[in-house]
Ligand binder design. Structure first.
Ligand code: NAD
Length: 257
């Protein structure tokens, strides 16, 4: 499929799932706008590499997704925004009675409110262009819970609710809004946790992955950032034009349990 002529803005895309999605959208022909809160030479270099590899335009815009005005500014500065991928996210693990208030606020701001702000500015652009796709990266934790992840689970359930609402508000337009719900994905962040966990439990890499990390993922395999990128490309295809307001789990069977 070709997304030539479309511009995709992917929040939180200088690493992990966001970068994987940006790469697959660029491979499908889209121009891409990458984002994170940092402004390092390597952030801009990632965009330059994507442009060189796939031939479209790619640029990096620094914007802190914990701040509503910065979220809105990102979409304004991007110019066109035919495809919006709300991906930026952080995590913190603590019992609810011990959960730091400022961390709760940050998780709700970055994982949920940012999608409200970016979508609010992107929808008029999509309407003007006569086509649009909003793709929210929720989680298996948008559909089910785990202990000690109150803010993350609340935010991701909120993302699913926002997805349904935006889908209904745009249902009669050539715009769709859906959420992808990944299970455990092998990102650099997850990879970096493996050595410590191996040492902590005196386990092999394979044991840590299957018995600790993927304990709830029936396939016992990580999802990959390329698979999530492919899922995003699918939501941009004509085949998905009547798919709106839904969640698509990429979780190796986690939420079927
Ligand atoms: P990651 O840490 O590699 O990516 C998070 C991205 O968000 C990074 O680019 C980071 O720079 C960016 N970010 C963080 N704070 C930001 C801020 N204030 N402003 C702008 N950007 C900010 O992690 P990831 O695993 O790729 O996660 C990406 C998304 O996927 C998140 O929403 C996460 O909740 C979701 N997710 C991840 C998994 C998994 O197993 N890795 C599973 C389900 C859902």
């Amino acid at each position: 499929m070709t997304l030539t002529g479309k511009t995709a803005v992917i929040t939180g895309s200088n690493s992990g799932i966001g970068l994987g999605i940006a790469r697959e959208l660029a491979r499908a022909g889209a121009d891409v706008v990458l984002n994170s809160f940092t402004d390092r030479p390597e952030d801009h270099e990632i965009a330059a590499q994507i442009a060189a590899e796939f031939g479209g335009k790619a640029r990096y815009i620094q914007a802190d997704m914990s701040k509503g005005e910065a979220c809105r500014g990102l979409i304004e500065e991007a110019g066109a925004c035919d495809i919006l991928v709300n991906n930026a996210g952080i995590q913190h693990v603590a019992p609810v009675d011990d959960f730091p208030t400022e961390t709760w606020d940050a998780i709700l701001a970055i994982n949920l409110s940012s999608a409200f702000h970016t979508t609010a500015v992107a929808l008029p652009k999509m309407r003007a262009a006569g086509w649009g796709r909003v793709i929210n990266i929720a989680s298996a934790h948008g559909l089910t819970a785990s202990p000690f992840k109150s803010a993350y689970v609340a935010a991701k359930h909120g993302v699913v609710g926002l997805t349904k609402t935006v889908a209904l508000e745009t249902a009669e337009e050539p715009i769709t809004c859906n959420a992808i719900c990944p299970g455990y994905v092998l990102t650099p962040l997850v990879e970096a946790q493996i050595p410590d966990t191996m040492a902590k439990y005196n386990m092999s890499r394979e044991e840590v992955i299957k018995q600790v990390m993927l304990e709830r993922q029936p396939s016992k395999e990580f999802a990959t950032v390329e698979q999530l990128g492919g899922t995003a490309v699918f939501f941009c295809s004509d085949a998905a034009a009547q798919i709106t307001g839904t969640t698509l789990s990429v979780d190796g069977g986690w939420t079927a349990l």
